[in-house]
Design a protein around this ligand. Structure first.
Ligand code: SAM
Length: 253
């Protein structure tokens, strides 16, 4: 079998009424994944390039499906260090998760938490400079993931960066090993490998972009089994020479 079989089983992360201590451990496992496996660095690498060519200040950013908002917090810390004024909206549908996010963003007034649905983002067209979304498309069915991409594209004024896991045996083995060897959390041990089985293959990411009808969007393959979908701010891709992925294709003009 070329890919791990697709699963539609719901993750504990999306299921109500979890034990609060176990649930907090699951959120910590996601933050650790971002710290250890380049989730934050990946987003910051793109944002640095975007910020260099987008003149609008404060730079407005929306993080769709933010979980405990550690990526917005990392962006705020980086922006402060770089002297870049930012305003970040961190959106999630789950109130328990947003309660955890409140702790993460304490003392960061540039980050606002928003409860909302990624399938119907509560923002007008082209109202936010950059929209980001990490490790979240696999929480949706194919049709809903296409709808989320359409929403992100609608709201993003200058560009967007969406990334998620590539469904592959390497990712499956890696996450299985990570969650069983390095975590004792029952929810993370099930959700980790399941999230690989819920995610999309390299050809399916291309299908998603086509199904969403997106134009001018690049599908890129990054290390550590990530697919990245990017709409670059005007003219930027042509000058971008450093973050070369191992594969990429462009859809629409
Ligand atoms: C794996 S977590 C996201 C991780 C986070 N973006 C990061 O990179 O650390 C997936 C998130 O999607 C959220 N989610 C699921 N369905 C959603 C929806 N319809 N609208 C908004 N958020 C949703 C969940 O509540 C969860 O916080």
């Amino acid at each position: 079998m070329r890919y791990p079989p697709k699963s539609q089983a719901p993750e504990y992360l999306d299921a109500p009424d979890q034990d609060p201590v176990e649930f907090a451990g699951l959120l910590e496992a996601i933050r650790r994944t971002n710290r250890w496996y380049g989730g934050r660095t990946l987003i910051l690498g793109y944002l640095r390039r975007f910020a260099a060519v987008i003149p609008h200040r404060p730079l407005t950013i929306l993080d769709v499906a933010t979980a405990s908002a550690d990526i917005p917090a990392a962006i705020a810390a980086w922006a402060r260090k770089s002297g870049l004024p930012v305003r970040i909206a961190a959106l999630d549908i789950n109130l328990d998760i947003l309660a955890a996010a409140r702790e993460t963003v304490r003392g960061l007034p540039e980050v606002a938490l928003v409860r909302g649905n990624a399938i119907a983002l509560p923002f007008p067209d082209r109202s936010i400079d950059v929209v980001i979304c990490a490790l979240s498309l696999h929480h949706f069915s194919f049709d809903d993931a296409a709808a989320v991409l359409r929403e992100i594209d609608r709201v993003a004024r200058s560009g967007f960066v969406v990334n998620d896991i590539l469904r592959s045996w390497t990712a499956y083995a890696g996450i299985l090993a990570d969650t069983w060897l390095l975590s004792r959390n029952r929810l993370a041990r099930r959700d980790g490998p399941l999230s690989v089985r819920r995610s999309f293959t390299w050809p399916e990411y291309h299908d998603l972009v086509r199904a969403a009808g997106l134009r001018g969007v690049w599908v890129r393959r990054h290390r550590l089994m990530r697919a990245v979908l990017v709409r670059w701010p005007q003219g930027l891709h042509e000058h971008e020479t450093r973050m070369r992925p191992s594969g990429e294709a462009r859809y629409g003009r």
